[in-house]
Design a protein around this ligand. Structure first.
Ligand code: DC
Length: 232
């Protein structure tokens, strides 16, 4: 690892604002931002398109062969100045934010073969350092040796309101109670699944941002990052 090019893991609950923070932190430090939630959402979209999901059931027998055909990658878009997620070479950045994908993603993210495939890709991307990666198992499974780990959370109702506003601004139709139910259900599945459940890594720094402004959150993370980088 090049000096100072540490890896930063950011885990936490759904809609806790992890991605916003991870993105800003990566930009400030000139690091690469990796949104692993987008990868699981793309995998969910793949399973929907391949008709591997029926109601609340996923056809696990067909998964191993099907995921051989699942190509998920980030490509830089110079117009938006962001890395965007592609599935089979097609930009699915917008499609993966739909409520249909949100409703299915925890189910898909609990399938061991899918986690195995995506974790491999994530570890490869982090191998050279200088990465800010956000998700649920980053500090515990994907980058257990990351130099800096954060665990971000907030009150469930506050998270639902934030997500609802975000969807509204993006023109995605939803209701507050739908969003709240979805977050409650995702928290439940994410924390109770058998493989890589959402857990705070022992060595992670907790930030509850229920009552923090965006600037306060950013300063908190950046101060920790600068300190660790100066010691690295
Ligand atoms: O961060 P997000 O809400 O976009 O994540 C979407 C889903 O993907 C979430 O319900 C849990 C799952 N996920 C996961 O299991 N592991 C990760 N590292 C990231 C996301």
């Amino acid at each position: 690892m090049e000096k100072g090019r540490i890896n930063i893991a950011i885990d936490g609950h759904s809609s806790s604002g992890k991605s916003t923070m991870a993105k800003s932190l990566a930009k400030e430090l000139n690091f690469v931002y990796i949104d692993t939630g987008a990868m699981y959402r793309a995998a969910a979209l793949f399973c929907i398109k391949e008709r591997l999901i029926d109601g609340h059931e996923i056809d696990e027998r067909r998964i191993p062969a099907a995921i051989e055909r699942m190509y998920i990658a980030f490509k830089y878009n110079s117009k938006t100045e962001q890395s965007e997620i592609h599935l089979g070479g097609v930009n699915v950045e917008k499609e993966i934010r739909s409520m249909e994908v949100a409703r299915r993603v925890s189910l898909v993210a609990a399938v061991p073969e899918i986690r195995h495939k995506l974790v491999n890709i994530q570890q490869r991307m982090a191998s050279i350092g200088g990465v800010v990666m956000d998700g649920r198992d980053i500090g515990t499974v994907v980058m257990p040796k990351a130099e800096l780990k954060f665990f971000i959370t907030a009150d469930m109702e506050i998270r639902a309101k934030r997500r609802f506003e975000e969807l509204k601004n993006k023109g995605v139709e939803s209701t507050l109670s739908d969003v709240l139910n979805n977050i409650r259900e995702r928290d439940r599945i994410d924390t109770t699944r058998a493989v890589a459940p959402l857990r705070k890594a022992k060595d992670s720094i907790v930030m509850d941002n229920s009552n923090l402004s965006i600037d306060e959150q950013f300063d908190f993370l950046l101060n920790h990052a600068r300190k660790v980088m100066s010691d690295a």
